[in-house]
Structure formats: structure tokens, C-alpha cells
Design a protein around this ligand. Structure first.
Ligand SMILES: [Fe+2]
Length: 296
């Protein structure tokens, strides 16, 4: 049976969104906050409920591996995740299942494509908060197993261009492994767009009178890229990724967005944009290509 990519979503991971949702897993409590993004995620979840999903594959900028791409390779993880920058907002008890078979398939397909890949098989490994936040916001019940892929940080070691090449190759390998798996799979690129953020926090973190984009130039870049997403100009997005990543200091430096577009074989259909909003000044969009739109 042939597997299928049921969709690909840009699913940013500011811990503030979970803080504002007050799920039982998170210790701190909030009054409200960042509604345009949280309501965007609500609408995405409603649309995803129309699809059968066997596994969610997420690539996270906050699992940083300096030699190659790693994949979670233990069937079950449970621990507490504390955000290193915002421990006041995010102290989250997680429990999740991993589709180890699919992870191995992606690991092997990546290696066959010439990439350095490795399974992460330490049962005491603490799963990164990017993976946890994106997966929670897309599927708060955690009833679907995940595959989490690290970011190999080629942008930092070499250049954005090297990262693009690596992420495109990993996307192709991911697609091949999914099609061979026979499973229906949702892809998540766990990243913000523009990423210059405030260096101080307001007294009440959810005080929305203090929330805005850090810099107008960032906003213009975000709007340009979102417009291209809506028009299905995904190859052009990858073409301008080096400028976008450098000038708007974006979190696309981790390769997640390029990887996802490549795994979907560069959709020409427009993405559905569910919401855009800033979090401590960073630009975040919740958007997805679902069903037919997610395949080439
Ligand atoms: Fe981040």
C-alpha cells in the first residue's frame, strides 16, 4: 500500500501559546493572550479532524545536532520540559509516543541520499520544547504517534545555501520513506518567520497592549512570504530563503520550512492561512497545505 502525505503545516512553537491555553500539563497559568494565533490553531485542528492521520513528522529548530540529522528512536518518552528562556511560562509535563518504524525509514532514506542521519535511542533523552509545543497545538490529545527530526545547523556552520541543499535532500528522503511506509502522515515545520524579538518581558506577559512586531522591515518580509504561500509559489520561497533568513533573522534558518516544502514536492496550490501574529515581537503564521494541495 502506498503511503500519503495528508498535509504540511507551518506550526510555530512560541511557548507563550501553550501558556495562554492553560492545558493541564503546564504549571504556570495565564489569563489570556495571543488569540489570533491560538484561534488560528483552533481552525487548523478543525480542518485536520477531517483527515485520517497515522503519524505526525515534525522538524524542530530547538533540537540542535551539529553532526547530521537525528530522529527520535524510542517508542515512548515522558518527562518535564522547561523553556530555558521562559521558565516562568512553560513547565510542561509531556508524554508522547514515537513511530519508530517511520523514523527508521526516514533515517535510512536520508542516509541513502548521502546525508548524515542517526537514530536517537537514549530513553532518558529530553524532547525539545519546539517539538512539544508544535505537536501540542496541532494535536493536544497526543493520540497520534510522532517522528521528531533535529536541525543539523548547517546555516550556522556553513551558510543558508548549504542548509537549503541539505533540507531539500532530507525532504525528498522523507517523502520517499512516507510513501513506502503505507502510512498517512502530517508534516509540521516548527518555526516562526521573522525572529527578532524583544529583550525584556512586560510585567504581565499576556498584556497584549505591549505586543507588536519588533521592526517594520520584518513585517514586510513576513507579508511577502505569506503572500507567496497563498499563491503556491513555493519554489520561489526556497529561492529567496537565503535573503529572507538573513535579513529578517528568521527561524527558517533551521531548515524546517524548506524540508517541508521539499517533502510535499513544492506545492503549487495556495496554502490556507489560519492566522498571523507576533509573540514577543517575532512574526508567526499558522498555515497549511492539506489534502490534494499538499502534493506537488
Ligand atoms: Fe523557537
Amino acid at each position: 500500500m502506498s503511503g500519503q502525505i495528508v498535509g504540511g503545516a507551518l506550526a510555530p512553537h512560541p511557548p507563550h501559546l501553550i501558556y495562554a491555553e492553560n492545558p493541564p500539563q503546564n504549571e504556570p497559568t495565564a489569563e489570556c493572550g495571543w488569540e489570533t494565533l491560538r484561534w488560528g490553531y483552533e481552525r487548523l485542528r478543525r480542518d485536520l479532524a477531517q483527515h485520517e492521520i497515522d503519524a505526525i513528522v515534525v522538524l524542530s529548530p530547538h533540537w540542535q545536532t551539529y553532526i547530521g540529522w537525528h530522529m527520535l528512536g524510542v517508542p515512548h518518552f515522558a518527562s518535564k520540559s522547561v523553556d530555558p528562556i521562559f521558565p516562568n511560562l512553560f513547565r510542561y509535563s509531556y508524554e508522547l509516543d514515537v513511530d519508530v518504524e517511520l523514523a527508521r525509514g526516514i533515517c535510512q532514506a536520508g542516509a541513502e541520499a548521502g546525508l548524515v542521519t542517526k537514530m536517537m535511542e537514549n530513553p532518558d533523552f529530553r524532547v525539545d520544547y519546539g517539538t512539544i509545543v508544535s505537536c501540542h497545538l496541532v494535536n493536544p490529545t497526543w493520540d497520534i504517534p510522532i517522528v521528531s527530526i533535529s536541525s543539523c545547523r548547517s546555516t550556522a556552520f556553513y551558510s543558508v545555501e548549504v542548509m537549503q541543499e541539505q533540507a531539500i535532500a532530507l525532504g525528498q528522503a522523507t517523502r520517499k520513506a512516507i510513501l513506502e511506509s503505507g502510512k498517512k502522515v502530517l508534516l509540521l515545520a516548527s518555526n516562526s518567520l521573522s525572529h527578532r524579538h524583544f529583550v525584556t518581558e512586560s510585567a504581565v506577559p499576556e498584556d497584549m497592549s505591549k505586543e507588536h512586531i519588533t521592526h517594520h522591515g520584518q513585517y514586510l518580509w513576513d507579508m511577502r512570504v505569506i503572500e507567496m504561500m497563498k499563491q503556491g509559489r513555493t519554489r520561489e520561497i526556497v529561492d529567496i530563503m537565503p535573503e529572507f533568513t538573513t535579513q529578517a533573522i528568521t527561524e527558517t534558518d533551521a531548515g524546517a520550512f524548506t524540508w517541508m516544502l521539499s517533502a510535499m514536492d513544492f506545492p503549487t496550490a495556495g496554502a490556507e492561512v489560519y492566522g498571523y501574529g507576533t509573540v514577543i515581537g517575532t512574526g508567526n503564521v499558522v498555515a497549511a497545505w492539506l489534502g490534494e494541495a499538499a502534493n506537488g
